[in-house]
Design a protein around this ligand. Structure first.
Ligand SMILES: [Zn+2]
Length: 210
């Protein structure tokens, strides 16, 4: 990944949408009071709303933003106290948006195909989507499992490895769930925030996953 390389608009879009979502108050009858309290929250600001619209139209055209811009959005989220929550929610949003670009036959297979085929094709589809959108390397493992690896990520560029890795972990797990029917967790085994050369994740099954 070079700094001149563009970043898929889905990524900053997901981050800002997750931020706005977490800053939106639950309607508990205290709406008026809440409105005053939350008007200072960044996620509800008109600047964020404008940026979300811009990223959404770029994402629909499969457009990209500059690396610097994506890094600054990552940095913005990383300064929040609830950064892990925002990153995890954003990762799932990215996966849902990105999975729509997977071929229709993969999604048909997922609904009706035999389990082994489904897992194999699903992990391969995940690998393609992860390479294209997240610039990550996903490698199939036996039993429909997968391993994901990132050397340089937007999180590490934003000095937000660690919390920012929740974004990637959530995105990998959700992509695998959507495209291969995986029902497990992604373990973040190695992390650049801990001094490891790469960030790696390994999928693990949970009880009930066939
Ligand atoms: Zn990491």
């Amino acid at each position: 990944m070079t700094s001149s390389q563009g970043v898929h608009a889905i990524i900053p879009l997901s981050l800002l949408e997750a931020m706005r979502n977490l800053d939106t108050p639950i309607d508990d009858g205290l709406a008026e009071l809440a409105h005053e309290m939350v008007s200072k929250r960044l996620g509800l600001s008109s600047t964020v709303a404008t940026q979300i619209e811009r990223y959404r139209s770029q994402a629909e055209r499969q457009g990209s933003v500059s690396m610097d811009e994506a890094v600054s959005v990552f940095r913005l989220v990383s300064r929040r106290e609830d950064a892990q929550l925002v990153f995890a929610d954003a990762g799932r949003r990215t996966a849902r948006l990105a999975a729509r670009s997977a071929p229709t036959w993969v999604r048909t297979l997922l609904k009706a195909g035999p389990r082994v085929l489904r897992q194999r094709a699903g992990v391969r589809a995940t690998a393609r989507v992860a390479a294209r959108v997240l610039d990550a390397e996903v490698t199939p493992q036996s039993g429909g499992l997968a391993e994901a690896r990132l050397t340089e990520s937007i999180a590490s560029r934003a000095s937000a490895a660690g919390a920012g890795c929740y974004y990637y972990g959530a995105a990998f797990a959700e992509l695998l769930r959507l495209l291969s029917g995986f029902e497990g967790a992604m373990l973040h085994e190695h992390c650049r925030a801990k001094g490891d050369p790469d960030c790696t994740w390994r999928s693990t099954t949970v009880e009930g996953y066939e």
